[in-house]
Write a new protein. Structure first.
Length: 569
């Protein structure tokens, strides 16, 4: 009783004693909470590191538990050094995937979170190991760790970071989803299997690839793609698929009415006269591969060319001497997939060319011997047509309407040396003249444009050499225009999906009866500056060289057939 009374007396008599007791009580409570939290908070635990022996650039997978669902402030530490954020590929509660940096050292590996650290595991840098050890076979599978943006427009420049891309591109491809025949839009659930059936690679011929290294790719988003997945294919292995969204606020494209053509054309060389051993080289054009023609298979080439797909051509050579005068035949057969394309443009959202690929801009705007866009008559006519209009799409439509209203289309193709500028005065021209002049007027109006060439396939499978145009809108891509068909050029039209108004349809749309061999002028260099050059003007491909013969060739004759359709699938 006395001790209890003494305690009560001291508790009431001395305030300091009361404060001291309160502090002690609070300390006990805080310590208890910290102890409980420490016991409850999960501690990261490493179960395996694969491979346990590696070198800079290798992909390492750390498996275990309690890593956390997201990295946030967590980290992986190798030999006392924390990895930078660029090293991490993925992070989950049970697995961390990362790329070993260049300065990696062997030693202890620790996974740390905001509150705790794992027990260390051992990792060895293969470079520093002085004696042979058993190592894991490192996969060469490409790995995408980061993309600068997962939502972009056609033509945007994006950066892909990762590993195992290869020091140079070679045959490696970056592929994006295309919605052929509305398979994706009409599906209830998007899935990888469906998406991978509709893939289009970035196009080297359109200068989509800007730079390439083993860990980084810069490229321009290719024309014609839709929202879906992208991945990298080395030809042996593919990266994991990555979803992205296409910003189609400026407009969209649809690809339908698929046709698979079996096509053939021939060339022959005869009546060769030489004063010594002579070489004659033929450059046989290949059909273009792009969004409208995504698949090309060379099924038969007789005889075998000396070069396949050299500057978009098959290269054949004939060697003759004074005593030999055999006729040589060259046959090319292809299977080609062609789609109809329809465009839908939000005209008021079309802007100027601020972020377009500069190589495309230069090639599709400059004047040359083929497109006389700097001709004074062309410049004056362009100004007369478009006036002060700034919108590229509206200017292209104004030029198209002007040509359809003021020029008459000729049924037959003019002679090869005829000048397309003649039609400015004569008010008439063939399909070649219409395409060249339209493209030149577009370029004069500061709109990137190409003249295209190929063949037009009739309902009876009869083909005719044909030319049309396409122009570029930033953030949207290429838009086809066939001024000749819009102006009333007649051919044996197909009954399927019959076009009621050709003039309206052929501005912005193109049927699957156009087979494209050239998109713009292909300026080739001869194999020797001393060779004699032969051109084929107003033919199914637009290239500066078709044949070249060595100086010892006195004369010879040649014949090129128009590509014909042998079958439709």
């Amino acid at each position: 009783m006395e001790s209890s009374n003494s305690f009560n007396y001291i508790f009431r008599r001395y305030p300091f004693f009361r404060v001291l007791l309160l502090v002690i009580l609070l300390g006990i409570i805080v310590a208890s909470i910290l102890f409980i939290n420490h016991r409850i908070k999960p501690i990261p635990e490493i179960e395996s590191i694969v491979p346990p022996v590696g070198s800079p650039g290798d992909v390492v997978i750390i498996s275990g538990k309690n890593f956390g669902d997201a990295r946030n402030m967590s980290y992986v530490e190798f030999s006392g050094s924390k990895l930078t954020s660029s090293s991490y590929i993925s992070w989950s509660d049970t697995q961390i995937k990362l790329v070993l940096p260049a300065n990696i050292r062997d030693g202890l590996v620790v996974v740390g979170t905001k509150d705790s650290r794992s027990k260390p595991s051992l990792f060895a840098n293969e470079v520093d190991i002085p004696v042979p050890v058993t190592t894991y076979v490192q996969s060469t599978k490409p790995v995408i760790t980061e993309v600068s943006s997962k939502k972009f427009k056609v033509g945007d420049l994006i950066k892909i970071s990762g590993n195992n891309f290869g020091e140079s591109r070679n045959k490696t491809k970056v592929l994006f989803t295309m919605d052929y025949n509305n398979k994706i839009k009409e599906s209830d659930v998007k899935n990888i299997n469906l998406l991978t059936e509709n893939m289009l690679e970035a196009n080297e011929n359109e200068f989509d690839y800007l730079s390439w290294s083993n860990t980084e790719i810069e490229l321009y988003v290719p024309d014609g793609i839709s929202s879906g997945i992208m991945y990298i294919d080395t030809g042996k292995e593919k990266s994991e698929a990555l979803y992205y969204t296409l910003d189609d606020s400026i407009g969209s494209k649809t690809f339908t009415n698929k046709k698979i053509y079996l096509m053939e054309y021939t060339a022959d060389i005869a009546d060769v006269v030489t004063n010594d051993t002579a070489t004659i080289t033929l450059r046989c054009p290949l059909p273009e591969v792009y969004s409208l023609q995504p698949n090309l298979e060379i099924t038969d080439v007789t005889p075998s060319p000396i070069l396949y797909n050299y500057q978009k051509d098959l290269i054949h050579q004939v060697v003759r001497n004074k005593s030999s005068n055999n006729k040589s035949f060259f046959d090319q057969t292809f299977v080609l997939t062609v789609y109809e394309v329809k465009t839908n443009v939000n005209v008021d959202k079309v802007g100027s060319y601020k972020n377009i690929n500069p190589v495309v801009l230069e090639n599709a705007l400059k004047a040359d011997s083929f497109n006389p866009c700097d001709n004074q008559d062309i410049l004056e006519l362009c100004l007369k047509i478009v006036g002060r209009e700034k919108n590229p799409y509206k200017k292209a439509k104004m030029i198209y309407d002007y040509m359809c209203d003021n020029y008459r289309i000729l049924k037959n193709t003019r002679k090869g040396d005829a000048n397309p500028l003649d039609m400015l005065k004569s008010k008439k021209g063939d399909a070649y003249d219409f395409a060249v002049i339209y493209t030149s007027l577009l370029r004069a109006a500061d709109i990137p444009a190409y003249t295209d060439s190929g063949v037009l396939v009739g309902q009876d499978f009869v083909t005719q050499v044909h030319w049309w145009s396409e122009f570029y809108l930033e953030g949207f891509g290429w838009i086809p225009v066939d001024t000749a068909l819009g102006a009333g050029l007649e051919y044996n039209k197909w009954n399927e999906g019959k076009i009621e108004d050709s003039r309206e349809y052929y501005f912005g749309n193109l049927d699957s009866h156009h087979i494209t061999f050239s998109r713009g002028w292909n300026q080739l260099k001869p194999f020797s500056q001393d060779n004699k050059i032969v051109q084929q003007p107003r033919s199914f491909a637009l290239q500066s060289i078709w044949e070249e013969a060595s100086n010892s060739t006195v004369k010879y004759s040649s014949y090129w057939s128009v590509p014909v359709i042998k079958g439709l699938y």
